[in-house]
Design a protein around this ligand. Structure first.
Ligand SMILES: Cc1ncc(COP(=O)(O)O)c(C=O)c1O
Length: 462
């Protein structure tokens, strides 16, 4: 059969639209003999019956295993050069009390970037010294609380924040560790990176202003300067952008050593994952080894010791561990440009539980989850139920042509920036998050109810 001309170039029609591409799905996703999708041994149908849909299902051992493997990859890469790495999990990707604890158990620290994220970390009883606090516009109250509870490091994002954090530290009689976020001029996104004198964005201060800014930090006795910080973007597959940022930062880092201690260098997060089979992911071991080689070579050339390195992956840790289950409601064959047909499969969630396709055109992979089918694959677009034509969950993939209302579908790799960006658009309650492990499921964040949704509306009468 000729390929549907509406399919994007990168999408290859599968021989079998039931198949689960390794690397796209979490490690413990498979199909039972019945054909139903199972996640860590729990059938999709059982999850639907017990918890409803839409539902985020996180494969606990997969998430914990990835966290540990990332820490191990960076540690062994830098150990080889006599250095040490601290891995912070970037909580913005997905944060709940339970998941925060998994990360700490795996030996990671945790980055937060708001008072709310800090509250989750504290509710998880995490030692505040293992927390980093980010943000380009932290409120005075957030700064005060972060200092008061003893957050391990605050990342200063502007000159204005020096005074704010120094004053908070003085008030609380503390010496606060701080990093300085640099706008390195390196921006990387997927397979490309761009290096300019200065990137046109809100985060950090230009490299050229680093020395003067660090001098101002060092002039405040209530602050202790840890080092420079850079984050060059997200969903990055190659190490070249990180290497360029490291080179730029290390040159300044070396100059700063003349004025005092600079114990570490933080190179941020942004490591890419496979959302579809078209995404070719460089293994983290190889990225970490490249990173370590570049940092060590650059330090040798500059004649300085290799600093402690910090990295902050978010997506790479939790992204591939989660699938979202939906129930199919309506189906339409839409004729586009005369004769080509796109099958619209509408599900019971959408941009309120995954805004990434609408926000920046992100692509995902979808499969039928309640059964296996022998029908030929057809091109589909999975749409949500919201009042926006851009409310798309999967722009393009193939499903068996007999997909029908009542089927369950699973969308892969929804662990990062889906739940954390979820909304109540159209007054949909945000879905529950269920952790699955060894054939058992448990709710780690419950579904929002209509009562929750009405609870803040002062018009409610008793
Ligand atoms: C400062 C900082 N660090 C780390 C991350 C995590 O990025 P990723 O989830 O792509 O690894 C982000 C994401 O926006 C970030 O802004």
């Amino acid at each position: 059969m000729a390929a549907n001309p509406l399919a994007p170039d990168w999408l290859v029609e599968p021989a079998d639209a039931n198949e689960l591409a390794p690397g796209v799905w979490s490690r413990h996703v498979d199909r039972a003999d019945s054909g139903a999708l199972r996640i860590a041994g729990v059938p999709a149908g059982a999850l639907h019956a017990a918890y409803g849909t839409p539902l985020y299902v996180i494969d606990e051992d997969d998430a914990r295993g990835r966290a540990a493997a990332i820490r191990e990859a960076f540690s062994s890469a830098f150990d080889a050069h006599g250095s040490h790495v601290t891995v912070y999990y970037a909580g913005k990707a997905f944060l709940s009390i339970e998941v925060a604890r998994w990360m700490i158990d795996a030996g990671l620290n945790l980055d937060v970037c708001s008072g709310g994220e800090l509250a989750v970390a504290l509710a998880a009883d995490i030692d505040p010294r293992r927390l980093g606090f980010h943000g380009n516009n932290k409120s005075l109250a957030e700064i005060d609380q972060a200092v008061e509870v003893g957050v391990g490091a605050i990342v200063l994002d502007s000159v204005i924040e020096i005074e704010r954090v120094a004053q908070a530290a003085e008030r609380h009689g503390r010496t606060q560790n701080v990093r300085l976020r640099i706008n390195s001029g390196v921006h990387a996104s997927t397979h490309e990176y761009l290096a300019t004198a200065r990137e046109d964005q809100k985060f950090g201060i230009p490299l050229a202003e680093a020395a003067a800014t660090v001098a101002a930090i060092r002039a405040r006795p209530s602050l202790r300067f840890l080092g420079l910080h850079s984050h060059i973007g997200s969903q990055i597959f190659e190490s070249a952008g990180f290497a360029e940022a490291a080179r730029r930062l290390l040159a300044v880092h070396a100059e700063l050593l003349a004025g005092g201690d600079v114990p570490e260098l933080n190179l941020g997060g942004g490591f890419g994952i496979a959302y579809t089979e078209a995404d070719t992911v460089t293994p983290i071991e190889s990225i970490a080894a490249d990173f370590a080689r570049v940092v060590a070579a650059e330090c040798a050339a500059l004649g300085i010791p290799v600093p402690v390195i910090a990295v902050e992956p978010g997506r790479l840790v939790v992204g591939p561990s989660t699938v979202t289950l939906y129930e199919v409601g309506t189906i339409k064959d839409v004729v586009v440009e005369g004769t080509d047909v796109r099958k619209y499969v509408s599900v019971d969630g959408g941009m309120s539980d995954n805004v990434r396709p609408a926000l920046y055109g992100a692509d995902y992979t979808v499969r039928i989850a309640n059964r296996r089918s022998t029908a030929d694959p057809v091109l589909v677009r999975v749409a949500g139920k919201h009042c926006e034509s851009g409310d798309i969950v999967v722009h393009a993939d193939y499903l068996p042509g007999d997909v029908t209302p009542g089927d369950l579908v699973a969308v892969a790799a929804t662990g990062a920036y889906c739940w954390s960006l979820a909304s109540n658009y159209n007054y949909l309650g945000r879905p529950a998050v269920v952790a699955v492990k060894d054939g058992a499921a448990r709710v780690i964040v419950r579904r929002e109810t209509e009562a929750d949704l009405l609870s803040r509306d002062t018009g409610v009468t008793a």
